[in-house]
Design a protein around this ligand. Structure first.
Ligand SMILES: Cc1cc2nc3c(=O)[nH]c(=O)nc-3n(C[C@H](O)[C@H](O)[C@H](O)COP(=O)(O)OP(=O)(O)OC[C@H]3O[C@@H](n4cnc5c(N)ncnc54)[C@H](O)[C@@H]3O)c2cc1C
Length: 320
């Protein structure tokens, strides 16, 4: 028996969520008294480094071509069977979501998504998933013989690496005769950390009044090394790209630090950001609903507060 982690790559490189998935699988395998193994597809990074997060053996399937969820699911399930895995752990990224359900059918497994914590019990296996737009939790028990667990990106975190190294074996990609989905084009925002993976996010809303004022937000984000986000009306009006829209109908994020500037804190916005570790709100209106969800609040005008905050952060960093 073992637990298999599906290790996602982007342009051949491991992502932060890949290490999180490896660490979660290792934790679960240890609790079950077995080993954690992994499968990587199209990796140029050295899979042996996954040993640093507790993985003992890696199945390396290269030359799989462009992403195709059927081929990926086939290959993951075949490697899980080869490893005698009881279950598979994937990250709930875009790719992970496309693979999870398909792999669960092929693996005849229970699928539980949106997992936000380590298992509360392993016999029987009970996992906690985030629900109701992160306003609540539900404990699920695995009833099938096998399981596929999909964990929230950036939710559980990556532990400090050790100095172990994993065994790497080559594994054949399992083709699919009838792929139904094909990636035609990828248009990616360059040079920025994707919002679901960002440690810090500086976000702004209609309180900024005009898109020409976004230099305030970008300056603060740059000083912190944070990604930028926005409320829905801001992207609807074309002030910012839709890729920055967070909330119930946008991207759901859970950074360590979320700074909300000139955003009222409507329930639909909070649905996508309330899982953030620390929330800082800057708003002129002391009655703005966002203050109820905030760890720190500044009642003040963004045009006064944000430049001062940016300068203070720059000065602090310069003195470090
Ligand atoms: C089905 C549905 C889905 C939705 N999904 C989403 C979603 O995913 N994400 C989302 O964001 N919204 C979503 N919305 C919209 C949501 O209900 C709110 O309308 C929206 O979040 C408000 O955006 P805002 O806070 O930027 O603007 P406003 O509500 O206009 O708030 C602006 C805030 O800025 C403050 N302010 C003004 N001037 C300043 C200043 N100088 N300095 C500091 N603060 C200032 C004001 O006090 C106010 O609190 C959805 C709505 C519906 C109906």
């Amino acid at each position: 028996m073992s637990v298999l982690a599906y290790i996602e790559t982007w342009e051949g490189k491991f992502k932060k969520t890949s290490f999180e998935t490896a660490a979660y699988a290792s934790h679960l395998a240890e609790a079950l008294g077995t080993d954690a193994v992994a499968v990587v597809i199209n990796a140029s990074d050295d899979p042996a480094q996954l040993g640093q997060y507790g993985i003992k053996k890696v199945y390396r399937a290269n030359d799989a071509g462009d992403f195709n969820n059927y081929v990926w699911a086939n290959t993951i399930v075949a490697s899980a069977k080869e490893a005698g895995a009881k279950g598979v752990v994937v990250s709930g990224t875009f790719g992970g979501k496309m693979i999870g359900g398909l792999a669960a059918v092929k693996f005849d497994a229970s699928l539980i998504t949106n997992i936000s914590e380590k298992p509360t019990s392993v016999d029987p296996l009970v996992v906690r998933r985030s629900a109701f737009s992160s306003k609540g939790f539900v404990d699920y028990q695995v009833k099938a013989e096998r399981f596929i667990l999909s964990i929230i990106p950036n939710g559980i975190g990556v532990p400090a690496p050790n100095d172990a190294s994993a065994e790497v074996v080559d594994f054949a990609v399992v083709a699919d005769n009838a792929p139904t989905v094909q990636v035609k084009d990828v248009d990616r925002v360059k040079g920025k950390i994707p919002l679901p993976e960002a440690e810090m996010v500086v976000s702004a809303g209609r309180g900024l009044k005009d898109p020409s004022n976004w230099n305030l937000i970008e300056d603060l984000a740059e000083a912190l090394g944070a990604s930028t986000a926005c409320s829905k009306p801001v992207s609807d009006m074309g002030w910012r790209p839709h890729s920055e829209h967070v909330g119930q109908t946008g991207i759901a994020i859970n950074p360590n630090l979320y700074i909300a500037i000139g955003i009222s804190g409507a329930i639909q916005h909070l649905a996508g950001v309330s899982a953030s570790n620390k929330i800082v709100v800057i708003n002129t209106d002391p009655e703005a609903p966002f203050f109820k969800a905030a760890d720190y609040g500044i009642v003040g005008d963004a045009f006064d507060v944000v430049p001062k905050l940016t300068e203070a952060i720059k000065a602090h960093k310069a003195n470090q």
